[in-house]
Design a protein around this ligand. Structure first.
Ligand code: ZN
Length: 208
């Protein structure tokens, strides 16, 4: 049986969401159908606003409704440290963890030969200019712990080959609360590689 056309259309649109299959899309569409007219109007307006009011920050690439974004404008942040991430979503995850107080740079992509993805030359040039204009002292490359993240990391390293400051990469390890018995070989290998040296007074020190 085919659905009424407006329902069919919404289901098809919801199905494009990451991780949403046909059944979930149908549930979402029926959910909207059962809400008030105001809810549907707010939802539609929020979708239009999202695309019309947000744009990448010209300095860091974060999605923002002001340019430069609030992070780039914040004078309390450490402007000598730049954290390079693949996407604006990664930026938000790090920011919400409340553990980092420097600035960011969003690559807006990654290197993945299998998917035919490369970092754009313009974006890598923009990274280099950003590093120079800030006179950054450290660039933290926070690419994802997988093959594409490794390739992206090397691409960033290459783009910053003339940078004289420190370049670091997030270390990988066992997830907190996880167990060695359940960790896969790659995770165990990475955890072993990024081990830290124990100091005599019990405080961990950087191992490598
Ligand atoms: Zn910004």
């Amino acid at each position: 049986m085919s659905l009424p056309e407006p329902l069919e259309k919404l289901v098809a649109l919801f199905e494009k969401f990451p991780g949403i299959g046909e059944k979930s899309a149908r549930r979402m569409a029926f959910f909207v159908l059962h809400q008030s007219q105001t809810y549907a109007q707010e939802l539609a307006a929020a979708l239009v606003d999202l695309r019309s009011r947000l744009a990448p920050c010209s300095a860091c690439g974060n999605m923002t409704d002001t340019d430069p974004c609030s992070l780039c404008r914040d004078s309390m942040r450490d402007r000598k440290t730049l954290c390079v991430v693949e996407t604006a979503e990664d930026l938000i995850s790090i920011e919400q963890a409340g553990i980092y107080f420097g600035l960011y740079f969003v690559l807006g992509g990654r290197v993945s030969p299998l998917d035919g993805e490369e970092l754009s030359v313009e974006r890598l040039d923009a990274l280099l200019s950003r590093v120079k204009s800030l006179s950054a002292e450290e660039v933290i490359v926070a690419t994802n712990p997988r093959v594409e993240g490794d390739l992206t990391y090397y691409s960033v390293l290459d783009a910053l080959k003339d940078f004289e400051g420190k370049i670091t990469r997030l270390s990988y390890g066992l997830p907190v609360g996880g167990s060695i018995g359940f960790a896969d070989r790659v995770t165990l290998h990475a955890a072993l590689e990024s081990r830290r040296e124990a100091s005599k007074n019990g405080n961990p020190q950087k191992g490598r």
